[in-house]
Design a protein around this ligand. Structure first.
Ligand SMILES: *Cc1c(COP(=O)(O)O)cnc(C)c1O
Length: 435
Protein backbone atom coordinates (compact mmCIF):
# COMPACT_ATOMS: atom_id res chain seq x y z
CA UNK A 1 0.00 0.00 0.00
CA UNK A 2 1.24 3.41 -0.90
CA UNK A 3 1.88 5.83 1.91
CA UNK A 4 -0.71 8.43 2.68
CA UNK A 5 1.93 11.06 2.13
CA UNK A 6 1.68 10.38 -1.61
CA UNK A 7 -1.86 11.62 -1.63
CA UNK A 8 -2.84 15.23 -1.90
CA UNK A 9 -3.60 17.00 1.27
CA UNK A 10 -6.97 18.68 1.27
CA UNK A 11 -7.69 21.85 3.15
CA UNK A 12 -11.06 22.55 4.64
CA UNK A 13 -11.78 26.16 5.48
CA UNK A 14 -14.11 26.78 8.36
CA UNK A 15 -15.90 30.04 7.78
CA UNK A 16 -16.03 32.13 10.90
CA UNK A 17 -17.30 35.54 11.86
CA UNK A 18 -19.81 35.97 9.05
CA UNK A 19 -17.53 34.85 6.22
CA UNK A 20 -19.75 33.47 3.47
CA UNK A 21 -19.24 31.11 0.57
CA UNK A 22 -19.37 34.15 -1.72
CA UNK A 23 -16.47 35.71 0.19
CA UNK A 24 -14.48 32.52 -0.28
CA UNK A 25 -15.19 32.52 -4.01
CA UNK A 26 -14.25 36.22 -4.22
CA UNK A 27 -10.99 35.48 -2.43
CA UNK A 28 -10.01 32.67 -4.79
CA UNK A 29 -10.95 34.75 -7.83
CA UNK A 30 -8.72 37.55 -6.53
CA UNK A 31 -5.89 35.04 -6.00
CA UNK A 32 -6.35 33.59 -9.49
CA UNK A 33 -6.38 37.07 -11.01
CA UNK A 34 -2.72 37.32 -9.99
CA UNK A 35 -1.77 34.03 -11.64
CA UNK A 36 -3.30 32.04 -14.50
CA UNK A 37 -7.01 32.65 -13.98
CA UNK A 38 -7.53 28.90 -13.93
CA UNK A 39 -10.91 27.43 -13.18
CA UNK A 40 -11.54 26.08 -9.69
CA UNK A 41 -14.21 24.41 -7.63
CA UNK A 42 -15.59 25.28 -4.22
CA UNK A 43 -17.23 22.51 -2.22
CA UNK A 44 -19.54 23.29 0.68
CA UNK A 45 -19.38 20.27 2.98
CA UNK A 46 -22.14 21.77 5.12
CA UNK A 47 -24.50 21.35 2.16
CA UNK A 48 -24.01 17.56 2.39
CA UNK A 49 -24.98 17.70 6.03
CA UNK A 50 -28.05 19.85 5.28
CA UNK A 51 -29.21 17.42 2.60
CA UNK A 52 -28.83 14.59 5.10
CA UNK A 53 -30.93 16.44 7.66
CA UNK A 54 -33.57 17.01 4.97
CA UNK A 55 -33.50 13.32 3.95
CA UNK A 56 -33.95 12.14 7.50
CA UNK A 57 -36.82 14.47 8.21
CA UNK A 58 -38.78 13.71 5.01
CA UNK A 59 -38.05 10.01 4.39
CA UNK A 60 -36.75 8.54 7.66
CA UNK A 61 -38.01 5.11 6.58
CA UNK A 62 -35.59 4.99 3.61
CA UNK A 63 -31.98 4.09 4.38
CA UNK A 64 -29.72 6.15 2.12
CA UNK A 65 -27.04 4.32 0.10
CA UNK A 66 -24.83 6.77 -1.77
CA UNK A 67 -23.75 5.78 -5.34
CA UNK A 68 -20.02 6.52 -5.41
CA UNK A 69 -20.07 7.11 -9.16
CA UNK A 70 -21.94 10.40 -8.59
CA UNK A 71 -18.97 12.09 -6.92
CA UNK A 72 -16.07 10.19 -5.42
CA UNK A 73 -14.09 13.07 -4.00
CA UNK A 74 -12.55 12.00 -0.69
CA UNK A 75 -14.20 14.72 1.38
CA UNK A 76 -17.64 13.65 0.16
CA UNK A 77 -16.98 9.98 0.94
CA UNK A 78 -15.57 10.89 4.35
CA UNK A 79 -18.51 13.07 5.39
CA UNK A 80 -21.14 10.62 4.12
CA UNK A 81 -19.34 7.69 5.74
CA UNK A 82 -19.28 9.57 9.05
CA UNK A 83 -23.03 10.11 8.70
CA UNK A 84 -23.37 6.29 8.46
CA UNK A 85 -24.65 6.13 4.93
CA UNK A 86 -24.34 2.92 2.95
CA UNK A 87 -22.51 2.98 -0.40
CA UNK A 88 -23.23 1.67 -3.90
CA UNK A 89 -20.05 0.75 -5.76
CA UNK A 90 -19.69 -0.42 -9.34
CA UNK A 91 -16.07 -1.54 -9.39
CA UNK A 92 -12.99 -2.42 -7.40
CA UNK A 93 -11.59 1.09 -7.10
CA UNK A 94 -14.87 2.39 -5.69
CA UNK A 95 -15.04 -0.51 -3.22
CA UNK A 96 -11.48 0.04 -2.05
CA UNK A 97 -12.01 3.79 -1.74
CA UNK A 98 -15.03 3.29 0.49
CA UNK A 99 -13.34 0.56 2.56
CA UNK A 100 -10.35 2.87 3.10
CA UNK A 101 -12.73 5.38 4.62
CA UNK A 102 -13.72 2.80 7.19
CA UNK A 103 -17.14 1.85 5.85
CA UNK A 104 -18.11 -1.61 7.10
CA UNK A 105 -18.47 -4.14 4.23
CA UNK A 106 -22.06 -4.86 5.23
CA UNK A 107 -22.92 -1.26 4.29
CA UNK A 108 -21.60 -1.68 0.75
CA UNK A 109 -23.47 -3.00 -2.30
CA UNK A 110 -21.62 -3.99 -5.47
CA UNK A 111 -23.90 -2.87 -8.29
CA UNK A 112 -23.63 -2.87 -12.08
CA UNK A 113 -25.08 -4.94 -14.89
CA UNK A 114 -21.86 -6.84 -15.59
CA UNK A 115 -18.93 -7.00 -13.30
CA UNK A 116 -15.34 -7.87 -14.04
CA UNK A 117 -14.41 -11.23 -12.49
CA UNK A 118 -11.63 -9.66 -10.44
CA UNK A 119 -14.10 -7.23 -8.92
CA UNK A 120 -16.44 -10.01 -7.80
CA UNK A 121 -13.43 -11.79 -6.26
CA UNK A 122 -12.39 -8.57 -4.55
CA UNK A 123 -15.89 -8.23 -3.06
CA UNK A 124 -15.74 -11.84 -1.83
CA UNK A 125 -12.29 -11.37 -0.30
CA UNK A 126 -13.35 -8.18 1.47
CA UNK A 127 -16.59 -9.59 2.78
CA UNK A 128 -18.81 -7.40 0.62
CA UNK A 129 -21.76 -9.72 0.28
CA UNK A 130 -24.51 -7.70 -1.35
CA UNK A 131 -24.31 -7.83 -5.14
CA UNK A 132 -26.78 -6.68 -7.77
CA UNK A 133 -27.57 -9.07 -10.60
CA UNK A 134 -29.86 -8.89 -13.64
CA UNK A 135 -28.94 -11.78 -15.90
CA UNK A 136 -28.00 -15.43 -15.89
CA UNK A 137 -24.42 -15.04 -17.07
CA UNK A 138 -23.80 -12.73 -14.14
CA UNK A 139 -25.48 -15.14 -11.78
CA UNK A 140 -23.21 -17.96 -12.82
CA UNK A 141 -20.13 -15.74 -12.34
CA UNK A 142 -21.35 -14.90 -8.86
CA UNK A 143 -22.01 -18.56 -8.01
CA UNK A 144 -18.47 -19.51 -9.06
CA UNK A 145 -16.59 -16.65 -7.39
CA UNK A 146 -18.60 -15.55 -4.40
CA UNK A 147 -20.26 -18.40 -2.53
CA UNK A 148 -21.62 -16.24 0.31
CA UNK A 149 -23.12 -13.57 -1.99
CA UNK A 150 -26.52 -12.13 -1.18
CA UNK A 151 -28.06 -11.08 -4.45
CA UNK A 152 -30.46 -8.24 -5.19
CA UNK A 153 -32.26 -8.74 -8.48
CA UNK A 154 -32.32 -5.63 -10.66
CA UNK A 155 -35.85 -5.16 -11.91
CA UNK A 156 -36.37 -3.07 -15.03
CA UNK A 157 -38.61 0.01 -14.90
CA UNK A 158 -40.34 1.76 -17.80
CA UNK A 159 -38.99 5.14 -16.67
CA UNK A 160 -35.41 3.91 -16.81
CA UNK A 161 -35.92 2.18 -20.14
CA UNK A 162 -37.39 5.41 -21.53
CA UNK A 163 -34.40 7.46 -20.42
CA UNK A 164 -31.69 5.18 -21.64
CA UNK A 165 -33.63 3.60 -24.54
CA UNK A 166 -32.03 0.39 -23.36
CA UNK A 167 -33.53 -2.03 -20.91
CA UNK A 168 -31.49 -2.20 -17.74
CA UNK A 169 -32.58 -4.82 -15.37
CA UNK A 170 -34.70 -7.87 -15.75
CA UNK A 171 -38.41 -8.06 -16.59
CA UNK A 172 -40.84 -9.68 -14.21
CA UNK A 173 -40.89 -12.83 -16.33
CA UNK A 174 -37.11 -13.05 -16.47
CA UNK A 175 -36.95 -12.54 -12.71
CA UNK A 176 -38.81 -15.80 -12.16
CA UNK A 177 -36.34 -17.53 -14.43
CA UNK A 178 -33.41 -15.93 -12.59
CA UNK A 179 -34.79 -16.94 -9.22
CA UNK A 180 -35.09 -20.54 -10.39
CA UNK A 181 -31.56 -20.44 -11.80
CA UNK A 182 -30.27 -19.00 -8.50
CA UNK A 183 -32.00 -21.79 -6.61
CA UNK A 184 -30.33 -24.36 -8.85
CA UNK A 185 -26.89 -22.75 -8.50
CA UNK A 186 -27.26 -22.36 -4.75
CA UNK A 187 -27.02 -18.55 -4.88
CA UNK A 188 -28.92 -16.72 -2.16
CA UNK A 189 -31.34 -14.04 -3.37
CA UNK A 190 -32.31 -11.54 -0.67
CA UNK A 191 -34.16 -8.75 -2.42
CA UNK A 192 -34.96 -6.49 -5.33
CA UNK A 193 -33.56 -3.23 -6.65
CA UNK A 194 -34.86 -0.84 -9.31
CA UNK A 195 -34.02 2.67 -10.46
CA UNK A 196 -36.27 5.54 -11.49
CA UNK A 197 -34.25 8.37 -13.05
CA UNK A 198 -34.61 12.03 -12.08
CA UNK A 199 -36.02 12.71 -15.55
CA UNK A 200 -39.18 10.69 -14.77
CA UNK A 201 -42.29 12.86 -15.00
CA UNK A 202 -45.07 10.63 -13.73
CA UNK A 203 -43.67 9.54 -10.38
CA UNK A 204 -46.94 8.07 -9.19
CA UNK A 205 -47.24 5.74 -12.14
CA UNK A 206 -43.55 4.81 -12.16
CA UNK A 207 -43.47 3.84 -8.48
CA UNK A 208 -46.85 2.10 -8.66
CA UNK A 209 -45.57 -0.22 -11.40
CA UNK A 210 -42.13 -0.71 -9.91
CA UNK A 211 -43.33 -1.46 -6.38
CA UNK A 212 -46.09 -3.85 -7.42
CA UNK A 213 -43.58 -5.66 -9.68
CA UNK A 214 -41.10 -5.77 -6.81
CA UNK A 215 -43.80 -7.32 -4.59
CA UNK A 216 -44.37 -10.03 -7.23
CA UNK A 217 -40.66 -10.84 -7.27
CA UNK A 218 -40.62 -10.99 -3.47
CA UNK A 219 -43.54 -13.44 -3.55
CA UNK A 220 -41.86 -15.61 -6.17
CA UNK A 221 -38.65 -15.56 -4.14
CA UNK A 222 -40.43 -16.52 -0.95
CA UNK A 223 -42.19 -19.36 -2.82
CA UNK A 224 -38.80 -20.71 -3.83
CA UNK A 225 -37.60 -20.56 -0.24
CA UNK A 226 -35.48 -17.40 -0.33
CA UNK A 227 -35.38 -15.05 2.64
CA UNK A 228 -36.37 -11.84 0.85
CA UNK A 229 -35.66 -8.88 3.11
CA UNK A 230 -34.15 -5.94 1.15
CA UNK A 231 -35.99 -3.60 -1.16
CA UNK A 232 -33.93 -0.88 -2.87
CA UNK A 233 -35.94 1.82 -4.65
CA UNK A 234 -32.93 3.39 -6.41
CA UNK A 235 -32.16 7.02 -7.19
CA UNK A 236 -34.09 9.75 -8.92
CA UNK A 237 -34.01 12.40 -6.20
CA UNK A 238 -33.18 15.77 -7.71
CA UNK A 239 -31.96 17.41 -4.53
CA UNK A 240 -34.94 19.65 -3.88
CA UNK A 241 -36.96 19.13 -0.73
CA UNK A 242 -40.12 19.70 -2.76
CA UNK A 243 -39.36 16.81 -5.13
CA UNK A 244 -38.33 14.57 -2.21
CA UNK A 245 -41.75 15.20 -0.67
CA UNK A 246 -43.40 14.34 -3.98
CA UNK A 247 -41.54 11.04 -4.11
CA UNK A 248 -42.42 10.41 -0.49
CA UNK A 249 -46.12 10.92 -1.09
CA UNK A 250 -46.01 8.63 -4.14
CA UNK A 251 -44.04 5.92 -2.37
CA UNK A 252 -45.38 5.90 1.19
CA UNK A 253 -48.87 4.45 0.54
CA UNK A 254 -47.38 1.87 -1.83
CA UNK A 255 -44.81 0.78 0.74
CA UNK A 256 -47.52 0.59 3.38
CA UNK A 257 -49.50 -1.71 1.09
CA UNK A 258 -46.76 -3.91 -0.35
CA UNK A 259 -43.95 -3.72 2.19
CA UNK A 260 -45.40 -2.66 5.56
CA UNK A 261 -42.93 -2.23 8.43
CA UNK A 262 -44.19 -5.47 9.98
CA UNK A 263 -43.03 -7.41 6.92
CA UNK A 264 -39.48 -6.90 8.22
CA UNK A 265 -38.25 -5.73 4.82
CA UNK A 266 -35.46 -3.16 4.96
CA UNK A 267 -36.10 -0.37 2.45
CA UNK A 268 -33.13 1.40 0.87
CA UNK A 269 -32.75 4.20 -1.66
CA UNK A 270 -29.80 5.46 -3.69
CA UNK A 271 -29.75 9.24 -3.44
CA UNK A 272 -26.69 10.42 -5.39
CA UNK A 273 -27.65 13.67 -7.07
CA UNK A 274 -29.66 14.50 -3.96
CA UNK A 275 -26.66 14.61 -1.65
CA UNK A 276 -23.94 16.16 -3.79
CA UNK A 277 -25.38 18.27 -6.57
CA UNK A 278 -25.78 21.54 -4.70
CA UNK A 279 -22.58 21.18 -2.70
CA UNK A 280 -20.18 22.19 -5.49
CA UNK A 281 -19.79 25.40 -7.48
CA UNK A 282 -17.47 25.72 -10.46
CA UNK A 283 -15.81 29.06 -11.28
CA UNK A 284 -14.48 29.53 -14.83
CA UNK A 285 -13.10 32.57 -16.58
CA UNK A 286 -13.93 34.00 -19.97
CA UNK A 287 -10.96 33.67 -22.32
CA UNK A 288 -12.47 34.82 -25.62
CA UNK A 289 -15.41 36.69 -27.05
CA UNK A 290 -17.12 37.19 -30.42
CA UNK A 291 -20.26 38.90 -31.60
CA UNK A 292 -21.94 36.73 -34.21
CA UNK A 293 -24.99 37.08 -36.40
CA UNK A 294 -27.07 33.99 -36.93
CA UNK A 295 -29.32 33.71 -39.97
CA UNK A 296 -32.13 31.61 -38.60
CA UNK A 297 -33.86 31.52 -41.95
CA UNK A 298 -31.47 31.71 -44.84
CA UNK A 299 -34.21 32.44 -47.40
CA UNK A 300 -35.51 35.54 -45.74
CA UNK A 301 -32.69 38.00 -45.53
CA UNK A 302 -34.54 40.91 -44.00
CA UNK A 303 -33.21 42.43 -40.80
CA UNK A 304 -35.90 40.97 -38.56
CA UNK A 305 -34.74 37.43 -39.12
CA UNK A 306 -31.21 38.26 -38.17
CA UNK A 307 -30.20 37.65 -34.67
CA UNK A 308 -26.99 38.57 -32.99
CA UNK A 309 -25.54 36.85 -30.01
CA UNK A 310 -22.40 36.96 -27.97
CA UNK A 311 -20.26 33.90 -28.11
CA UNK A 312 -17.94 33.47 -25.17
CA UNK A 313 -15.14 30.96 -24.78
CA UNK A 314 -14.42 29.70 -21.27
CA UNK A 315 -11.27 28.03 -19.98
CA UNK A 316 -13.13 24.74 -19.30
CA UNK A 317 -15.56 22.79 -21.44
CA UNK A 318 -17.06 19.36 -22.18
CA UNK A 319 -13.64 17.71 -22.17
CA UNK A 320 -13.29 18.89 -18.58
CA UNK A 321 -15.82 19.49 -15.82
CA UNK A 322 -18.76 19.87 -18.21
CA UNK A 323 -18.37 16.31 -19.48
CA UNK A 324 -21.94 15.45 -18.50
CA UNK A 325 -23.04 17.64 -21.43
CA UNK A 326 -21.70 14.90 -23.71
CA UNK A 327 -23.99 12.45 -21.94
CA UNK A 328 -27.01 14.53 -22.88
CA UNK A 329 -27.45 16.41 -19.61
CA UNK A 330 -28.09 20.11 -19.95
CA UNK A 331 -26.06 22.69 -18.06
CA UNK A 332 -27.94 25.48 -16.36
CA UNK A 333 -26.83 29.00 -17.26
CA UNK A 334 -24.25 30.40 -14.85
CA UNK A 335 -24.41 33.49 -12.76
CA UNK A 336 -21.95 36.27 -13.36
CA UNK A 337 -19.40 37.00 -10.68
CA UNK A 338 -20.54 40.16 -8.96
CA UNK A 339 -17.51 42.28 -9.77
CA UNK A 340 -18.65 42.12 -13.37
CA UNK A 341 -22.12 43.42 -12.72
CA UNK A 342 -21.89 47.00 -13.75
CA UNK A 343 -24.45 49.74 -13.59
CA UNK A 344 -25.86 48.73 -16.94
CA UNK A 345 -28.59 46.11 -16.50
CA UNK A 346 -29.06 45.08 -20.13
CA UNK A 347 -28.75 41.37 -20.99
CA UNK A 348 -27.98 39.82 -24.38
CA UNK A 349 -28.41 36.41 -25.96
CA UNK A 350 -25.17 34.59 -25.30
CA UNK A 351 -23.78 31.13 -25.79
CA UNK A 352 -20.92 29.61 -23.84
CA UNK A 353 -18.23 27.41 -25.32
CA UNK A 354 -15.33 25.42 -23.99
CA UNK A 355 -11.80 26.15 -25.19
CA UNK A 356 -11.37 23.19 -27.59
CA UNK A 357 -12.84 24.81 -30.75
CA UNK A 358 -14.66 21.51 -31.22
CA UNK A 359 -18.28 21.61 -32.38
CA UNK A 360 -19.33 19.48 -29.44
CA UNK A 361 -17.80 21.88 -26.96
CA UNK A 362 -20.91 24.04 -26.61
CA UNK A 363 -21.63 24.17 -22.90
CA UNK A 364 -24.68 26.45 -22.73
CA UNK A 365 -26.79 26.97 -25.88
CA UNK A 366 -28.37 30.33 -25.51
CA UNK A 367 -28.90 32.23 -22.34
CA UNK A 368 -29.27 35.88 -21.37
CA UNK A 369 -26.22 37.49 -19.79
CA UNK A 370 -24.91 41.01 -19.36
CA UNK A 371 -22.10 41.83 -21.75
CA UNK A 372 -18.92 40.17 -20.48
CA UNK A 373 -15.28 40.96 -21.07
CA UNK A 374 -12.33 38.63 -21.39
CA UNK A 375 -11.13 37.89 -17.87
CA UNK A 376 -14.58 37.98 -16.26
CA UNK A 377 -15.70 35.02 -14.15
CA UNK A 378 -18.80 32.83 -14.38
CA UNK A 379 -20.14 30.70 -11.55
CA UNK A 380 -21.91 27.40 -12.25
CA UNK A 381 -23.80 26.08 -9.26
CA UNK A 382 -25.10 22.51 -8.70
CA UNK A 383 -21.97 21.04 -10.25
CA UNK A 384 -21.51 18.33 -7.65
CA UNK A 385 -22.75 15.40 -9.67
CA UNK A 386 -21.21 13.44 -12.55
CA UNK A 387 -18.82 16.33 -13.25
CA UNK A 388 -16.31 15.67 -10.59
CA UNK A 389 -14.43 12.75 -12.09
CA UNK A 390 -12.38 15.51 -13.66
CA UNK A 391 -11.37 16.88 -10.33
CA UNK A 392 -10.82 13.73 -8.34
CA UNK A 393 -7.67 11.73 -8.01
CA UNK A 394 -8.62 8.98 -10.48
CA UNK A 395 -8.16 11.26 -13.41
CA UNK A 396 -4.99 11.61 -15.44
CA UNK A 397 -5.69 15.10 -16.75
CA UNK A 398 -4.55 18.01 -14.61
CA UNK A 399 -6.97 18.46 -11.77
CA UNK A 400 -8.85 21.57 -10.99
CA UNK A 401 -8.17 22.86 -7.51
CA UNK A 402 -11.02 22.09 -5.13
CA UNK A 403 -11.43 24.27 -2.06
CA UNK A 404 -13.57 22.73 0.65
CA UNK A 405 -15.45 24.98 3.04
CA UNK A 406 -17.92 24.60 5.86
CA UNK A 407 -19.75 27.29 7.80
CA UNK A 408 -19.21 27.41 11.56
CA UNK A 409 -22.82 26.46 12.30
CA UNK A 410 -22.76 23.51 9.89
CA UNK A 411 -19.41 22.51 11.35
CA UNK A 412 -20.88 22.26 14.86
CA UNK A 413 -23.92 20.44 13.54
CA UNK A 414 -21.68 17.97 11.72
CA UNK A 415 -19.66 17.31 14.83
CA UNK A 416 -22.82 16.68 16.81
CA UNK A 417 -23.93 14.24 14.12
CA UNK A 418 -20.67 12.34 14.55
CA UNK A 419 -18.57 13.78 11.73
CA UNK A 420 -15.14 14.20 13.26
CA UNK A 421 -13.32 15.75 10.35
CA UNK A 422 -10.09 16.65 12.11
CA UNK A 423 -9.42 13.24 13.56
CA UNK A 424 -10.99 11.00 10.94
CA UNK A 425 -9.81 12.79 7.85
CA UNK A 426 -6.18 11.89 7.73
CA UNK A 427 -5.67 13.63 4.44
CA UNK A 428 -7.35 16.82 5.47
CA UNK A 429 -6.25 19.81 7.36
CA UNK A 430 -8.69 22.25 8.83
CA UNK A 431 -8.01 25.96 8.77
CA UNK A 432 -10.09 28.67 10.29
CA UNK A 433 -10.97 31.51 8.00
CA UNK A 434 -12.28 34.83 9.27
CA UNK A 435 -12.50 38.42 8.09
C1 LIG B 1 -26.53 6.62 -11.15
C2 LIG B 1 -27.41 5.77 -10.41
C3 LIG B 1 -28.01 6.23 -9.24
C4 LIG B 1 -27.91 7.64 -8.75
O1 LIG B 1 -29.00 8.26 -9.27
P1 LIG B 1 -29.34 9.79 -9.13
O2 LIG B 1 -30.72 9.78 -9.67
O3 LIG B 1 -28.36 10.54 -9.98
O4 LIG B 1 -29.26 10.15 -7.71
C5 LIG B 1 -28.78 5.32 -8.54
N1 LIG B 1 -28.95 4.05 -8.95
C6 LIG B 1 -28.42 3.59 -10.10
C7 LIG B 1 -28.66 2.18 -10.50
C8 LIG B 1 -27.63 4.43 -10.86
O5 LIG B 1 -27.10 3.95 -12.01
Amino acid sequence: MKGLADKPNYIIEILEGGVTLENVIDGHIAEQALVEKSAFVVGDLGALMQQHVCWQSVVPQLQPYYPVKCNSSPAVIEVLASLDLGFICTNKSEMSLVLEHGVPPENIILSGVCKQLAHIKYAAKNNIQHLVCENEAELSKISRLHSSAKVLLQLTTEAQAAETSMAFGSSLKCCRHLLEAAKELGVQVVGVTFHIPTSCEDLQQAYTHALSDARCVFDMGVDLGFNMNILDIGGGFTGSEFQLKQVESAVKPLLDTYFPPLSGVRVLAQPGTFYVSSAFTLAVSVIGKKLVTCHWDSLAQDENNDDTEFLYYMNEGVYGPFSCKLLGKSITAPSVHKHVLRAEKAVYPSSLWGPSLDQLDKVVERCLLPELSVGDWLLFSNMGVYALEEFTCFCSSPQLPVYYTVSTSDWYEMQEAGVALDSAMKNFSVVHCSV
